[in-house]
Design a protein around this ligand. Structure first.
Ligand code: FMN
Length: 321
C-alpha cells in the first residue's frame, strides 16, 4: 500500500529514509533501518575520511540491502572528497545536508550512477538543486532536529511539491504513523525520520540522549547558532537559552564567542559528564515520553506503517460515508 516512486527509484520496500545523524546514526542503526525495508543513511559531518570508509565497510557487514551516505556541504574540498569516497566505494545513494553541494559534486556523483537527494529548507533551494540534477528532494521543515531553515514542514512540503518535478520526501516533525500518512496525503513520495530514530536500541546516541528526549516537551528545543555557527535546532539547555538571550540583548562578539566555547565543550560527552549535554533534536521530542518507545528501529518502522495503514482505512470509511 505504501509503495511509492521513491521505492522504485532507490530499490527499497518502504518509502522511509533515515535522516543522517551525526553522533546517533552509526552503522548499527543504518543497517537496522535498511534491513527493515527503509533506507539507512550514514553521516559524514564530523567523520574523518578513514572513519567514513570504515563505517561503510561495517554497515556492509551488517546488511546487504541498499544504504546511503550523507554529505554535509562544508566547502567544495570537503564535499568533493566525500563524493569521491562514495564513488570509489560504490555507494548507490547520496543525500546532502542543508547547504548547496554545488553542480560539480552532484554531476560527479550522478555520472557515477549515484542517486543524489539533497535536503532543502526552501523552494528556492529545491529548484536550484533540481536544476543541478537531483533525483529527488527532501523538503525539511524548521521542526526538524539539526540544521534548519525558517519554514515549517506543513507549508514547505506542498510548495516544494508544486515547484519541482522530481519526487519529494517530507522531513521535520514526523515521528509516527500520523505524520507518515499526512505527508503521503499531501503528495510526498516518502518521509525522512531523524529524532524518532535516536530513541531506538541501535542508536549510538548514548543513554543520556534518549533520557533527555524522554524528559523534553514540545517547548524544550530552540534554534541557535551557538552549536555550529549555523541555525541548528537543539535542546533548550540553560546555556543555549542564555546565549540566545545575550545575543538578543546586544552582547559583544567576544562575549558570545566565550559562551559558544562553553556550549561546544558540552557536545559529545559521555554519560559520566555532569554538565548539560548540548545536542541537536527536533520538536517531536515532545511526542516521545514513554521509556517503552525505545525499541528496535525495525519495530518503530513497522508500527509507523501499521498505524498509517489503520488510519488510511479509517479515513477511507469517513470519506465514503
Ligand atoms: C542528532 C541529529 C543529527 C543530525 N545530523 C545530520 C547530519 O549530519 N547531516 C544532515 O544532513 N542532517 C542531519 N540531521 C537532520 C536529519 O537527517 C533529519 O533530516 C531531521 O532530523 C528530520 O527531522 P526530525 O528530527 O524532526 O525527524 C540530524 C538530526 C539529528 C536529530
Amino acid at each position: 500500500m505504501f509503495h511509492t516512486v521513491l521505492c522504485d527509484l532507490l530499490g527499497i520496500e518502504l518509502p522511509i529514509l533515515m535522516g543522517a545523524m551525526q553522533g546517533a546514526g552509526k552503522p548499527r542503526l543504518v543497517a537496522a533501518v535498511s534491513e527493515a525495508g527503509g533506507l539507512g543513511v550514514l553521516p559524514t559531518y564530523g567523520e574523518r575520511e578513514a572513519d567514513l570508509v570504515r563505517q561503510i565497510e561495517e554497515t556492509r557487514a551488517l546488511t546487504t540491502k541498499p544504504f546511503g551516505v550523507n554529505i554535509t556541504p562544508l566547502g567544495a574540498k570537503f564535499t568533493e572528497r566525500r563524493a569521491a569516497i562514495c564513488i570509489e566505494m560504490g555507494i548507490p545513494i547520496v543525500t546532502t545536508g542543508l547547504g548547496d553541494p554545488g553542480p560539480r559534486a552532484v554531476g560527479d556523483l550522478r555520472a557515477a550512477g549515484i542517486k543524489v537527494i539533497p535536503v532543502v529548507p526552501t523552494v528556492r533551494h529545491a529548484l536550484r538543486l533540481e536544476a543541478e540534477g537531483a533525483d529527488a528532494i527532501v523538503a525539511s521543515g524548521s521542526e526538524a532536529g539539526g540544521h534548519v531553515g525558517q519554514v515549517a514542514t506543513l507549508p514547505l512540503l506542498p510548495m516544494v511539491i508544486d515547484a519541482v518535478k522530481v519526487p519529494v520526501v517530507a522531513a521535520g516533525g514526523i515521528g509516527d504513523g500520523r505524520g507518515f500518512l499526512a505527508a503521503l496525503a499531501m503528495g510526498a513520495a516518502g518521509i525522512q525520520l531523524g529524532t524518532r530514530l535516536i530513541c531506538t536500541e541501535e542508536s549510538a546516541g548514548g543513554a543520556w540522549y534518549a533520557r533527555q528526549i524522554l524528559a523534553t516537551s514540545e517547548e524544550g528545543t530552540i534554534v541557535s547558532k551557538s552549536l555550529t555557527g549555523k541555525t541548528v535546532r537543539a535542546f533548550a539547555t540553560p546555556e543555549v537559552k542564555a546565549y540566545e538571550a545575550a545575543r538578543l540583548s546586544g552582547a559583544t562578539a567576544e562575549e558570545l564567542k566565550q559562551m559558544e566555547r562553553n556550549i561546544r565543550q558540552g557536545r559529545h560527552q559521555d554519560d559520566a559528564y555532569d554538565g548539560h549535554h548540548q545536542a541537536v533534536v527536533g520538536q517531536i521530542a515532545g511526542m516521545l515520553n514513554d521509556p517503552a518507545c525505545i525499541k528496535p528501529a525495525a519495530e518503530v518502522i513497522r508500527e509507523i506503517v501499521a498505524d498509517a495503514q489503520r488510519m488510511a482505512d479509517r479515513l477511507a470509511k469517513v470519506v465514503a460515508s
